[in-house]
Design a binder for this molecule. Structure first.
Ligand SMILES: [Mg+2]
Length: 194
């Protein structure tokens, strides 16, 4: 098969996976952040989040997707960020993310095929192996990338979640309507964009 046709087939298979997504689960460190943590002498912790990913969560919610943040860390920063963005669930201290995924699917009444998981490292692998759409960020580690159906162009903390959400909405045929609705609801008029 010529490489163009092979690419086309791969894109179609990816779009089919993305079409089924009803739940978007995001790892925090290395996905919503660049993975770095700032620690003070007193042990206070700071992380950088990208505003484009905040809007991505808003867009996903508009499209009716359920959203969750799942982190292996116990710091409440993820909870603060999740609450601010209005995600449905935040799970802290998740060391066995495959089991956390199973619990999320049960609580939302969804099959694994309806879940997308976006991760970057070893703790994400058990969940990435189970979901219908496994996404690794551009700078994810090898084992996470190896089980991903999609590796984003953007790095963690630099709009990778936005890229993933827009790809899902595009596959579901609602990207333009959702984005234009967001612009309209904030006082703008839908412009020409791609
Ligand atoms: Mg991570």
């Amino acid at each position: 098969m010529p490489s163009g046709a092979r690419r086309g087939k791969r894109a179609a298979a990816l779009a089919e996976r993305a079409r089924r997504v009803r739940l978007l689960v995001m790892d925090v460190d290395g996905v919503l952040t660049d993975g770095r943590m700032v620690l003070s002498e007193r042990g206070d912790e700071l992380k950088f989040f990208h505003t484009h990913d905040g809007v991505a969560v808003a867009l996903a919610k508009r499209a009716g997707l359920k959203t969750a943040l799942v982190t292996g860390e116990t710091s409440t920063i993820a909870k603060t960020r999740g609450d601010k963005l209005g995600v449905d669930t935040v799970v802290l201290g998740a060391r066995r993310k495959g089991e956390v995924l199973d619990a999320l699917l049960a609580s939302f009444g969804l099959p694994a095929a309806a879940a997308a998981w976006i991760g970057d490292d070893l703790l994400d692998v058990p969940a990435l192996e189970r979901v219908g759409l496994a996404i690794a960020v551009a700078d994810a580690t090898g084992p996470a990338k190896a089980v991903a159906h999609l590796v984003t162009r953007a790095r963690g903390g630099a709009g990778a979640v936005r890229e993933a959400v827009e790809l899902i909405l595009e596959a579901q045929g609602v990207r333009r309507a959702i984005v234009n609705g967001y612009i309209r609801d904030h006082g703008g008029s839908p412009a020409r964009w791609r």
